[in-house]
Design a protein around this ligand. Structure first.
Ligand SMILES: Nc1ncnc2c1ncn2[C@@H]1O[C@H](COP(=O)(O)OP(=O)(O)OP(=O)(O)O)[C@@H](O)[C@H]1O
Length: 598
């Protein structure tokens, strides 16, 4: 229960709805109890009237007595009907208050979790799988809602109805009360176990279903590879196996589900039989009237659902507590990437890196070892290196996706930690290595980082990224949809749209992480020349495998296995005849031989 206390702030927020809900529950239960008493009175009245009807008929007043009798029965019937209608009305109001409250809390909780997700650092996303993140904001929140809605509603109903009904029953006949209620605890405990079994099996089905959907999704997104490797038959077979597992689990659930209502019916039936039997004995002994038996049968039926719900509510609360524990775990997650001074001063773009080392926290991979370099404001830095040499890691650290293990990064001679994180990132335009575009229009994708998008800026960014002509060739131009329901851009087009998105922000520092790999050298040159113009007074960091991308940079660093092995300008590095010169020669020779082959 303790984890669920966290939700009390929401219960307090919606206290109006909750209190109204409690009030309506009390009222609706009053309309449940009164009809049972009316039924007792009506039956006793009917039995008594019959016993005196004969003498009255013999006395010649038969017709008048019958008329009075029918009038009373009609009034009883009418009263019971009115009570039932009023009860229905108040049940409607209970749902309108408590269930609506639970939906509002669900909405707030989802927003709170999503906001928290957004504030957490990249390392959090590395640690937890997407499926887990999704499950906590959807399934877990739904389970918590079941506690806030149905569980609170039925729990409260139970708390109010139970004492009311039982005290009435005891006041009418304590012995009959004891016997008729005897099977109900058994009902509650059995429902609790059956329900737990149902939940356990439902969860297995859920897991099986998510495995199945992941499989189907992969089969669709990897359809090209699947077809190219002629694995269609294997794919069909694997799907059938996964489906079979899902079917088996569903059948197992159906078996337990089938127990639910028969169990309730059987135990209520036993209660009714006991009531009739013991009540009958008491009627024969002249201790009670017939009406009491009918009244008690109604009471037992009235208590059936609350008693059943006791088991059900307990299991909902248990599940909700487990879900809330998982949610709390994420809500309590601390963001260790913090700003020390929250500076929001204009960024010029000088970058100084001193003795920078970085080990990835989750794997312990030593990605950078004592790297030092400096690049003045408005200059271009080229970062060259083999795969896995730590180039992207430098970009990650410059954007404070992680903090260095040791050493420091200064921006304009101030520790990077002193800048407000959002402010710092707003000043950086980043083009990641693995391009990600949203399922939206091309225009909106380019405008993604701008608070107030402007058509001219978007178009200019597209021109500078050398993708404008491609875009206007589409019939809908900048309004062309991307993603699943839209068109698919080529690898090079995607990279250029991603560059346009970074340029459109007009950042003070631009980081291109190997984002020209899918464009030909001609386009690469066009983009680099355009960048030179637009980044005239701003700093650019160009990360690449290709020397051709970095050679125009004012300063070049060469990384190998996390270490900085050379740095200088293209000319000084070429003169040095080290790793850079070797790479340059290899790449230009390869380029020439390809060109001559063509
Ligand atoms: N999120 C991560 N968690 C753990 N290790 C990582 C992570 N990202 C990168 N690494 C490791 O850190 C090292 C440096 O990776 P990095 O991505 O910086 O290399 P890179 O020079 O950009 O390579 P490439 O040119 O292939 O992109 C590699 O050994 C890589 O396996």
């Amino acid at each position: 229960m303790r984890p669920l206390w966290r939700l009390n702030k929401y219960l307090y927020k919606y206290k109006g709805l909750l209190l109204l809900g409690i009030f309506f529950t009390v009222i609706s239960n009053i309309f449940v109890i009164i009809p049972a008493q009316l039924v007792r009175l009506a039956i006793d009245y009917v039995v008594e009237s019959f016993s005196i009807f004969k003498p009255i008929q013999l006395g010649g007043m038969g017709e008048e007595a019958q008329e009075i009798f029918l009038k009373f029965v009609f009034i009883f019937g009418l009263l019971i009907l009115v009570m039932a209608l009023l009860r229905g009305f108040f049940l409607f109001l209970i749902r309108q208050t408590i269930i609506i409250m639970s939906r509002r809390v669900e909405y707030d909780l989802k927003n709170e979790i999503f906001e928290k997700y957004q504030s957490l650092p990249l390392s959090f996303y590395r640690k937890n799988s997407t499926g887990d993140l999704m499950a906590r904001i959807t399934e877990d929140v739904s389970r918590v809602r079941m506690y806030l809605g149905p569980a609170i509603m039925y729990g409260m109903n139970l708390l109010i109805l139970f004492p009311l009904v039982i005290s009435y029953m005891i006041s009418v006949n304590p012995e009959l009360t004891l016997y008729s209620l005897l099977p109900l605890p058994v009902l509650s405990v059995s429902i609790y176990f059956v329900n737990n079994l149902i939940n356990e099996r439902s969860e297995k089905i859920q897991r099986s279903l998510s495995g199945l959907s992941t499989y189907v999704q992969e089969a669709f997104s990897g359809i090209r590879v699947l077809k190219a490797f002629v694995r269609e038959n294997d794919s069909v077979r694997d799907f059938a196996t996964a489906s079979e597992d899902y079917k088996e689990k569903s059948i197992r659930l159906t078996k337990v589900n089938a127990l639910f209502f028969p169990l309730i019916m059987a135990l209520v039936g036993i209660s009714t039989i006991i009531t009739v039997y013991i009540g009958g004995l008491q009627v024969i002994n002249g201790e009670i009237g017939y009406g009491v038996i009918a009244e008690f049968i109604l009471y037992v039926n009235m208590l059936t659902w609350p008693v059943t719900s006791l088991g059900w509510v307990t299991s909902i609360v248990q599940r909700a507590a487990a879900s809330q524990t998982r949610i709390n775990e994420f809500l309590d997650e601390k963001n260790d990437i913090r700003s020390t001074e929250n500076l929001e001063i204009p960024v010029k773009g000088k970058i100084t890196v001193k003795d920078l080392s970085f080990d990835y926290p989750d794997t312990g991979v030593k990605a950078l070892k004592n790297v030092s370099f400096e690049i003045g404001a408005g200059k271009t830095l080229g970062i060259i290196g083999t795969t896995g040499s730590g180039k992207s890691t430098i970009a990650n650290l410059l954007m404070r996706m992680y903090d260095p293990s040791s050493g420091e990064i200064l921006i304009d001679d101030r520790p990077i930690q002193s800048f407000d994180i959002s402010y710092l990132r707003k000043n950086i335009g980043f083009v990641p290595q693995d391009v990600f575009l949203f399922s939206d229009t091309i225009g909106n994708n380019i405008a993604f980082g701008i608070d107030h998008p402007d058509k001219a800026i978007i178009e200019q960014a597209a021109k500078d990224a050398d993708v404008y002509n491609n875009i206007v060739d589409f019939t809908k131009g900048f309004d062309t949809m991307l993603g699943e329901r839209g068109i698919t851009l080529s690898g090079g087009q995607k990279q250029r749209v991603s560059i346009a998105r970074a340029i459109a922000k007009e950042p003070q520092i631009l980081i291109l992480d190997d984002c020209l790999s899918a464009v030909d050298t001609k386009t690469e040159n066009a983009i680099l020349n355009a960048l030179k113009k637009i980044m005239k007074d701003r700093t650019s960091v160009i990360i690449s495998h290709r020397v051709s991308s970095a050679k125009l940079a004012d300063h070049i660093i060469v990384l190998d296995d996390g270490e900085l092995i050379e740095q200088g300008t293209h000319e000084t590095l070429m003169e040095k005849r080290g790793a850079y010169a070797e790479l340059y020669e290899k790449q230009t020779q390869a380029g020439e031989s390809i060109e001559s082959d063509v």
